[in-house]
Design a protein around this ligand. Structure first.
Ligand SMILES: C[S@@+](CC[C@H](N)C(=O)[O-])C[C@H]1O[C@@H](n2cnc3c(N)ncnc32)[C@H](O)[C@@H]1O
Length: 273
């Protein structure tokens, strides 16, 4: 994107999470400063772009599962990111055009692009919100209008909790959101994974890339499996559990994204009993 088309309120002098991720997944809504930050991470983890695409493929599979197999008709996607080729509402609408989706993000560029994409959508909206204040998100009128908290909800926390610092209590945030959901709801999580113990050689690289993320964007935590499992609370994990993204119910539709297994991200889906 040329800097002359910068929407108001967007800082192009500092790299930012949404835009660096957009670069990694092959989008076009990023600036030179974001590419520079991404290139530094790619030097340490050359497969980071494939990992980004594996995230979007996981998103498609997990939403398809919730909509088609579990009958979920309303989705709350927090840290939704810049629109890409296939978004949550499109996957859900393939199953049921009346499925409702609320996207929440705190990035001004996500809001601008999201609103443009969804201008004609009745069932879907994008709102500004910060996952670090989950009660405020839950109380928003736009959320209450579209999400009926007496019916099962699909909550997506995909690549967002790893942008919450330890001091900001990611476990407490996840618990607040879980508690708001009725029985039969689902929680999907993707998280940066430090596979210490399972893959020590990768764990060393993870520390390096974590340092680069924090130097450039001020965020990014690669956590241990046990920490990430804790975010699901006592929800029942759907098979195959919390696994490298490509291993979560591959369906052959996203072959290009699934040829590799990336041991620096992990994802899962769980159901509230
Ligand atoms: C790596 S992207 C993930 C996008 C999408 N969920 C996916 O998996 O493809 C992370 C998104 O979280 C957003 N984000 C970061 N911190 C946030 C916060 N505190 N509250 C809400 N959104 C946040 C960023 O703006 C970005 O759009």
């Amino acid at each position: 994107m040329g800097d002359e088309r910068v929407p108001r309120g967007i800082d192009v002098t500092r790299p930012n999470v949404a835009r660096v991720y957009d670069f990694m997944v092959g989008g076009k809504d990023h600036f030179a400063i974001d590419r520079m930050a991404a290139e530094r991470a790619l030097e340490i983890m050359p497969d980071a772009r494939e990992a980004g695409r594996a995230c979007r493929a996981f998103l498609r599979r997990v939403v398809r599962y919730m909509a088609a197999d579990a009958g979920i008709r309303q989705f709350l996607d927090i840290g939704s990111g810049l629109p890409t080729d296939t978004n949550v509402h499109q996957v859900a609408h393939d199953v049921d055009p009346d499925a409702r989706v609320v996207y929440v993000d705190n990035d001004p560029m996500v809001l601008v692009h999201g609103r443009a994409l969804l201008a004609t959508e009745q069932t879907t909206t994008v709102i500004e919100g910060d996952v670090r204040t989950p009660e405020k998100i839950l109380d928003r009128q736009a959320v209450r209008e579209r999400i009926d908290f007496t019916e099962p909800v699909g909550l997506l926390l995909l690549s967002i909790l790893h942008h919450v610092h330890d001091s900001e209590d990611p476990a407490g945030i996840a618990a607040t959101l879980r508690d708001a959901l009725p029985s039969g709801s689902y929680l999907a999580i993707i998280h940066f994974w430090d596979p210490a113990g399972e893959h020590p050689e990768i764990s060393a690289k993870v520390r390096d890339v974590e340092r680069v993320f924090n130097e450039t964007m001020g965020t990014g935590r690669w956590r241990l499996r046990e920490e990430i499992e804790g975010y699901f609370g006592d929800f029942e994990m759907i098979e195959p559990g919390l696994v490298p993204l490509a291993d979560w119910r591959p369906d052959g539709r996203d072959d290009a994204d699934q040829k590799d297994t990336h041991y620096t991200m992990i994802g899962g889906l769980a159901r509230k009993r």
